[in-house]
Design a protein around this ligand. Structure first.
Ligand SMILES: NC(=O)c1ccc[n+]([C@@H]2O[C@H](COP(=O)([O-])OP(=O)(O)OC[C@H]3O[C@@H](n4cnc5c(N)ncnc54)[C@H](OP(=O)(O)O)[C@@H]3O)[C@@H](O)[C@H]2O)c1
Length: 251
């Protein structure tokens, strides 16, 4: 369908989409938007009650209970979904710990969930895309913390920086299978509130964002939908900050 301005409306009818971390926050909002735009959506998360409420809200979404840090099980589940045209690697965790106190478990959890799982899932999905030869689009939900870091981010920032470098490397190699990162600033999801909910910390963040507000889930959804859609058909390998200008100032 054409809009008055001649821009084709985004329509994912006939597309099959996979979103990780679809139980809460940004991933849930992306899964719902993709379903509303006509995609057949598969949502993965690791808390059954979140998946039950997602299914109740949008019955067409198919849910899978899975901890994506389990490499073999994740491969099996994703291989059994059938063809996927649109992939959003969104599931992620963050803990704020001083560098000298970070344990092996915390380090491993960040790298397993934020980076290694996205690698694992992308490899399965991209193999199918390459075999079918119809292109495809992958969006990795990264962070501005992949580009600039701050206190107590030594588990998180490097895991997201690795994710962004995977975006570039995959885009370089895969050609018409487009791979991009979306890099949000603070969004007051459950994760965002845990880290930045304290009013003093929140004020410090806001003072650094020229647009003067934190990002909303819908801001991240809009950027993701754009990068999954044909409207971005000449864009691959980018890291797109959705940060209200936060990265502009180096001081
Ligand atoms: N919110 C922010 O300020 C912000 C800023 C920059 C980037 N991001 C990134 O945006 C993404 C989404 O964050 P969010 O704020 O929406 O977080 P959230 O509210 O905590 O939601 C994350 C979702 O991912 C799921 N998940 C986490 N680990 C998983 C695993 N091992 N297997 C399967 N599912 C898993 C969670 O399930 P459970 O709750 O059951 O664990 C939850 O449903 C993350 O990658 C995050 O790093 C967020």
């Amino acid at each position: 369908m054409e809009q008055a301005d001649g821009m084709a409306q985004t329509d994912f009818k006939g597309k099959r989409a996979l979103v990780t971390g679809a139980g809460k926050g940004i991933g849930r909002a992306i899964a719902i938007r993709l379903a509303n735009l006509g995609a057949k959506v598969f949502g993965i998360s690791r808390t059954q009650s979140d998946l039950d409420s997602l299914k109740k809200e949008v019955p067409s979404i198919e849910t899978r209970l899975l901890d994506i840090s389990e490499w073999d099980k994740t491969r099996e589940v994703v291989e059994n979904l059938g063809p996927i045209d649109l992939l959003v690697n969104n599931a992620g965790i963050i803990k704020h710990t001083p560098f000298l106190e970070i344990t092996k478990e915390e380090f491993d959890d960040h790298h397993n969930i934020n980076f290694r799982a996205a690698f694992n899932i992308s490899q399965v999905v991209a193999r199918g895309m390459a075999e079918r030869g119809n292109g495809g689009a992958i969006v990795n939900i990264s962070s501005i913390a992949a580009i600039r870091t701050t206190a107590y981010h030594t588990s998180y920032s490097p895991s997201k920086a690795a994710l962004d470098m995977m975006t570039s490397s995959m885009a370089h190699e895969l050609g018409c299978i487009r791979v991009n990162s979306v890099n949000p600033t603070v969004v007051m999801t459950e994760l965002g509130k845990k880290v930045w909910g304290d009013p003093v910390k929140q004020a410090a963040v806001l003072s650094r964002i020229p647009i003067g507000r934190c990002a909303e889930e819908e801001d991240i959804v809009n950027a993701t939908v754009f990068l999954l859609s044909e409207k971005s058909s000449m864009i691959t390998g980018v890291t797109l900050p959705v940060d209200g200008g936060m990265l502009i100032d180096i001081m």
